[in-house]
Design a protein around this ligand. Structure first.
Ligand code: WWL
Ligand code: ZN
Length: 261
């Protein structure tokens, strides 16, 4: 089946173009954000996150990351404003991270990576009738990216790290209800935005990226819990720690990166 990609030497980002030629496209993600080269756009309004009625369903290990899924059959958890012409529905969030003491974010800022990056994936349910249809449309997805840097314990991240042992193996899933991702936002919602793609196969060029400038702080210990996860399934002999599940920055190809104030 198509899902034979990974982050190793043989199946990693440099090989993805073989099965996913769009990997060599002109609006690929992530990118290096160079703040001095972004365009301050005064017409860019604030983003609004209406997550108060959000309904988380489960948390799972898909062999590439740990994913929390949400009910997206109505407009109960939305992102709107900023660069978006429509409100977009929250579908899932997941993380990317490195190995102990090394970088792990996907986007970089002036060449510097963060320890990890959280992606909240939303889809345009106004224009498209399903997530799948939206996922391959140029204005189908909006991903809110939040950088994680290491420091003190994050007061709410333990709600996630406490259950990671339940999803240690690929294709494991467990109930995860009542989690509101609002608790993972930084204080200020200033952002950069640009048109890009999924950062994993199928690499669809369907994402309006909204990257918050202010990182959240998590502890090394909390981030270390993510590395207890495995890329492989329980039935496999090999035990590969899930870490370094990030794609490196891709060519900007002349794209504009806009900055809210
Ligand atoms: N890292 S990222 O936020 O860019 C990202 C990669 C894959 C997804 S998806 O699982 O939503 C998805 C979306 C469309 C097709 C298949 C999976 S989101
Ligand atoms: Zn991601």
């Amino acid at each position: 089946t198509g899902d034979q990609w990974g982050y190793g030497k043989e199946d990693g980002p440099s090989a993805w173009h073989i099965n996913y030629p769009v990997a060599l496209g002109n609006r690929q993600s992530p990118i290096d954000i160079v703040p001095d080269e972004t365009t301050l756009d005064r017409d860019l309004g604030p983003i609004f996150l209406d997550y108060d009625s959000c309904t988380s369903i489960n948390i799972s290990n898909n062999g590439h990351s740990v994913v929390v899924e949400f009910v997206d059959s109505d407009d109960r958890s939305m992102i709107r404003g900023g660069p978006l012409d429509n409100p977009y529905r929250l579908k899932q969030f997941h993380f990317h991270w490195g190995e102990k003491g090394h970088e792990g974010s996907e986007h970089t800022v002036a060449g510097l990576g963060y320890a990890s990056e959280l992606h909240l994936v939303h889809w345009n349910a106004v224009k498209y009738r399903s997530f799948t249809d939206a996922a391959s449309a140029p204005d189908g997805l909006a991903v809110l990216g939040i950088f994680l840097e290491t420091g003190d314990d994050h007061r709410w991240l333990h709600l996630i790290t406490d259950v990671l042992f339940m999803v240690k193996y690929k294709d494991s899933v467990t109930d995860f209800k009542g989690f509101n991702p609002k608790c993972l936002l930084p204080n200020r919602l200033h952002y950069w935005t640009y048109l890009g793609s999924l950062t994993t196969p199928p690499l669809h060029e369907s994402v309006t990226w909204i990257l918050l400038k202010e990182p959240i702080v998590v502890s090394d210990k909390q981030l270390g819990m993510f590395r207890m996860l495995l890329f492989n399934g329980e039935e496999e002999d090999e035990r590969k720690k899930m870490e370094n599940n990030f794609r490196p920055p891709q060519p900007l190809n002349g794209r504009e990166v806009r900055s809210s104030n």
